[in-house]
Design a protein around this ligand. Structure first.
Ligand code: 5AD
Ligand code: SF4
Length: 427
């Protein structure tokens, strides 16, 4: 979501006549879009801000701006702690940056009330043929470790008619793959009165019906809201990819309760079973937090058991990070650093081993790959992604944005490799 907001900022700045400076020292405007999800990001940002202070003292005409969740969580305090900052705004006020820059304002300004979706703003996509679409803002969950509800506010769904129009515009602009974004995508529409409500499954069908959109992804759903209609959509809608990112967080029901995730291990595994029943080949990825306060060796072993049982195609793994203002930051039972590190190592080993095993099912198959560009390790080869969201390195002749059939001949935990099936180009 944060990276998507950056694209909007970039698009907006370009429409005001700005362009990217090669070096920070050449910039008239130094703008940070901050993420506060974990402490490490905050700390790195503070170091960058120190550099901005130095550059501003060399050239006081320079504008320093801070957007995003960090700005939102400290609000006007940013100007007390960092008096050289000219403008600060939260994730719901991105459009205010343009207003500030156009206003010749000499006084520092802060904008922290949620006002609008960044989806209205021009965007600057990293790749012409892929786009993110923000379908909702905020989150009504109360996961005890998470700072997002306090920085992005209550959930608000965007109007489906407006969203469909945006997808049509993007398709006309050459986009073939869209990723629907929200803090909890599958609670989409629940904040809207019943008579006007569109469910997430219905939204998926609307997007699927847009000509030119070949692939649809979304992130992230919440397991508690993962209903059968959405799962069936993966089997029924041609563009909806065979991949679901289903954040687990912990395999221990006791820890899940302390996390206020509102599902337990059994319900999570039921969701996985339902996915496998309707879409047997579906790739599954997840998010896992290790070292939540009070996590015992037994709790952690239960997380490993779920990893073994599900066999994820990949996982993002995080060490618990206490965030200001969250319930979990006040809990007793913090774990010692070496314990967290050791658990993380065991978790990563299990995730990678299972992902490697699972990836072998692709060897020998021909898979549709959306070409992204040259391979990172060997520029003579191409790189793209399968519908299962696996990176694929292959020999072939496609251009970025092409859909190509690739015969897979090897698989590691992270990537597949193969060669273009030449027949497919002739047909
Ligand atoms: N500590 C560690 N990981 C966190 N996440 C969110 N908040 C925290 C935190 N305080 C992780 C969750 C979430 C992902 C986006 O970031 O796993 O799904
Ligand atoms: Fe945070 Fe939980 Fe909402 Fe995700 S669902 S954004 S983890 S509060």
């Amino acid at each position: 979501m944060n990276a998507h907001d950056s694209e909007r900022m970039k698009g907006m700045l370009e429409s005001l006549g700005y362009s990217e400076a090669a070096e920070r020292a050449d910039a008239d405007l130094i703008l940070f879009n901050t993420c506060s999800i974990r402490e490490a990001a905050d700390n790195r940002f503070i170091a960058h801000l120190g550099e901005a202070k130095r550059l501003k003292s060399e050239d006081p005409g320079r504008v320093v701006g801070v957007g995003g969740c960090w700005a939102q969580s400290v609000k006007d305090e940013v100007f007390e702690r960092f008096p050289f900052v000219d403008v600060a705004f939260g994730p719901g006020q991105i459009h205010r940056l343009a207003e500030f820059l156009a206003s010749d304002s000499l006084t520092a300004q802060g904008y922290f009330e949620f006002e609008d979706f960044s989806g209205h703003l021009p965007d600057k996509r990293e790749r012409e043929f892929q786009a993110w679409i923000q379908i909702s803002q905020g989150c009504n969950c109360r996961c005890s470790y998470c700072i997002v509800p306090s920085t992005r506010g209550r959930e608000q769904s965007r109007d489906p008619v407006e969203l469909t129009a945006e997808v049509e515009r993007l398709a006309a602009d050459g986009v073939r793959e869209v990723t629907l974004l929200g803090q909890n995508v599958n609670s989409y529409g629940r904040d809207v009165p019943r008579e006007r409500k569109t469910t997430f499954a219905e939204l998926l069908a609307l997007v699927d019906s847009v000509a030119g959109i070949e692939r649809i992804r979304y992130t992230s759903p919440h397991p508690k809201d993962m209903r059968e209609d959405v799962i069936r959509a993966h089997a029924e809608l041609p563009a909806l990819c065979e991949h679901i990112h289903l954040p687990l967080q912990s395999g221990s029901s006791r820890i899940l309760k302390a996390m206020r995730r509102t599902y337990d291990r059994g319900r999570y595994l039921d969701r996985v079973a339902l996915i496998r029943e309707h879409v047997p080949d579906c790739a599954l990825t997840t998010d896992i937090i290790v070292g939540f306060p009070g996590e015992t060796e037994r709790d952690f072993a239960e997380t490993l058991e779920v990893v073994e049982a599900v066999g994820y195609d990949g996982a993002f793994t995080f060490v618990f990070s206490p965030r200001r203002g969250t319930e979990a930051a006040t809990l007793e039972g913090r774990l010692a650093h070496p314990v967290k590190r050791e658990r993380m190592e065991r978790l990563v080993e299990a995730v990678q081993r299972r992902a490697r095993e699972r990836a072998q099912r692709f060897v020998g198959r021909t898979m549709e790959v959306l070409v992204e560009g040259p391979s990172r390790t060997d520029p003579a080869r191409l790189r793209g992604r399968s519908r299962h969201n696996k990176a694929v390195n292959f020999e072939g002749t496609g251009a970025p944005g092409d859909l190509i059939e690739v015969e897979i001949d090897a698989a590691t935990s992270m990537t597949l490799s193969g060669q273009e099936r030449l027949l497919s180009r002739v047909v």
